[in-house]
Design a protein around this ligand. Structure first.
Ligand SMILES: [Cu+2]
Length: 147
């Protein structure tokens, strides 16, 4: 191989690596009828050596998609609040899950039916826009979870 080819390959490999630092796993969205609210859940895995930050989310499914957090108001009261960003430390995972972090979907513009796949875009400060395919499903059963 010529030196030039090797250099190009090295540069290309570098680009590929930088694009896969942020990985979105197990994305799913709650079923909802058109006009109702829903939520998107997933796990962000940061394979990089630097922290990144989730700053925005969007989808064709709704004009109003935002990062939310469920928090305890005390005495079994739960509230939700908007977050401007969520930090993802290097080599770590951040889980968006029911009763915790979620991406809120206000007034869905279409039915979200079980079994369908919906497209979302998550925007990170460093990784940029990351496309996510989420399966519409009921709350998955967590093994070993006590009620
Ligand atoms: Cu919410």
């Amino acid at each position: 191989m010529k030196i030039k080819t090797i250099l190009l390959l090295l540069i290309f490999t570098g680009l590929v690596f930088s694009q896969t630092k942020i990985e979105i796993k197990n994305a799913w969205v709650r079923p909802a009828a058109k006009g109702a609210n829903s939520a998107l859940f997933f796990t962000i895995q940061n394979n990089g050596t630097k922290a990144d930050t989730l700053v925005d989310a969007s989808s064709k499914v709704s004009d109003d998609v935002m990062i939310h957090e469920t928090y305890s108001k005390g005495k079994d009261m739960m509230g939700m609040r908007m977050l401007k960003f969520v930090a993802v430390p290097a080599h770590e995972e951040v889980k968006f899950k029911p009763k915790g972090l979620h991406v809120m979907i206000m007034e869905a513009k279409e039915d979200l039916k079980i079994g369908q796949t919906k497209d979302f875009t998550l925007e990170f400060k460093k990784a940029g826009k990351v496309k996510v395919k989420a399966v519409v499903q009921d709350m998955p059963l967590v093994r070993g979870m006590k009620h």
